[in-house]
Ligand binder design. Structure first.
Ligand SMILES: [Zn+2]
Length: 398
């Protein structure tokens, strides 16, 4: 990350959000309810409650950027954390170990997931809000990808088998893309298509799919779920994430036996997905013949349409639409690798990443760095999801 971006990020995280009607944090129940209500109003995806030596800071992640929402006194910190734990059915007395739990319904709003972990000043809590559960997936061409990527995704999902993998940092919009892709497949194939998902957690209710949520605590993992689902012979299968060898093996095999499988895997870019699978111990012939293509994606923030990115309204007042940030909403940028015969052969030969990259040059669509219609769509600003190299690349361009 270069100095310019660092400075900018720091400014954004310290710029406070205007919040009204704040109850005293000593009434933890009312306070937490208010925090959640404000978070949803502000379109926040996460709420961070973090203790410091001089008090507790509450931060909201909005459009991928953390911003301070409010602060309260350290004396009330434990009360607020306890209230969150109660909502997530976690033991309140446990302070020494990290804990995770699900909040079925944040007061009057939406389901959420709570993670707490001990710090030197007390426990820090991060709440991820799932307020998109009732929404419908966007259409594939509404996500922001260039038309060639949309077309490529449609072509890859025309067949009845094979794997499509998505990669990108967490919070880079992969799940949103998969939901849109599943909706697209359903719209093209109609009611008869059997779509099954295995997720961690379910982020949106899809009326056309059978959705299941894994529960590792009771032994229901991606691997056990996948084994069971495959016996039911779904045509289209979405698996939240390939995390281990066992799941990877099952995914590529399913792609070869008449299933269309869509999943995500952690890696630096499209080509590294292949290297990663080979390193996991998956046979090159399975990887080469099963994978149809890989999409690597990230999100960039969109300029606020109300103030056109100026952060002040035409009458000179701070822009309320974007809380004076100049941005509102995000759009996807992607790079896609469509597997071709030469690339397949290169994977079979276990060529190193650098050579695979060279072979794939002809078959890559789009770029994570360049978005051709940025000037017209009014988007563009690197978000926090960039890797250092990418971030530098984007900063040089700007
Ligand atoms: Zn604005």
């Amino acid at each position: 990350m270069n100095e310019k971006t660092k400075r900018k990020n720091r400014m954004e995280t310290t710029q406070a959000i205007v919040m009204e009607g704040e109850p005293n944090a000593s009434d933890a129940e009312a306070y937490v309810t208010w925090l959640f209500q404000k978070a949803v109003q502000q379109r926040a995806s996460d709420v961070h409650v973090q203790p410091h030596a001089d008090g507790t800071r509450v931060l909201y992640r909005i459009d991928g950027v953390l911003r301070e929402a409010t602060r309260f006194e350290s004396t009330n910190h434990e009360r607020v954390i306890s209230r969150l734990k109660v909502l997530a059915c976690l033991p309140v007395y446990q302070h020494e170990l990290p804990q995770e739990g699900r909040i079925e319904q944040t007061p009057g709003l939406c389901p959420a997931r709570l993670a707490v972990f001990p710090t030197i000043h007390g426990e820090k809590a991060v709440v991820r809000l799932f307020h998109r559960l009732g929404e419908r997936p966007l259409q594939l061409d509404e996500l922001g990808f260039i038309p060639q990527i949309v077309k490529g995704l449609r072509q890859m999902t025309e067949g009845k088998s094979g794997c499509i993998l998505l990669t990108g940092a967490s919070g880079s919009g992969k799940t949103t893309t998969i939901y849109s892709l599943l909706r697209d497949i359903y719209c093209r194939r109609g009611d008869s298509v059997n779509v099954v998902t295995l997720e961690d957690p379910v982020e949106m209710n899809l009326e056309f799919a059978v959705q299941s949520e894994i529960k590792p605590a009771v032994g229901y993992t991606f691997a056990t779920g996948l084994r069971s689902i495959l016996r039911q012979d779904p045509e289209v299968l979405m698996l939240g994430e390939i995390r281990d060898r066992e799941t990877a093996q099952m995914v590529v095999e399913a792609g070869l036996t008449g299933h269309l499988v869509i999943s995500t895997i952690h890696s630096g870019n499209c080509v590294e997905v292949f290297t990663r699978l080979l390193e996991m111990g998956i046979e090159p012939y399975l990887v080469a013949s099963s994978i149809l293509g890989v999409l690597s994606q990230r999100l960039v923030r969109r300029k606020c349409p109300a103030c056109l990115g100026k952060a002040v309204s035409p009458d000179g007042l701070p822009c309320e639409e974007c809380q004076s940030t100049g941005f509102r909403g995000r759009t996807a940028v992607g790079e896609m690798l469509v597997v071709s015969d030469p690339f397949r052969k290169a994977v079979l030969r276990r060529l190193p990443t650098s050579e695979l990259t060279e072979v794939s040059r002809e078959n890559r669509i789009g770029s994570l760095l360049i978005q051709p219609d940025l000037s017209t769509s009014g988007t563009m600003e690197p978000s926090e999801n960039l890797t250092p190299t990418l971030q530098q690349g984007v900063s040089h361009e700007s």
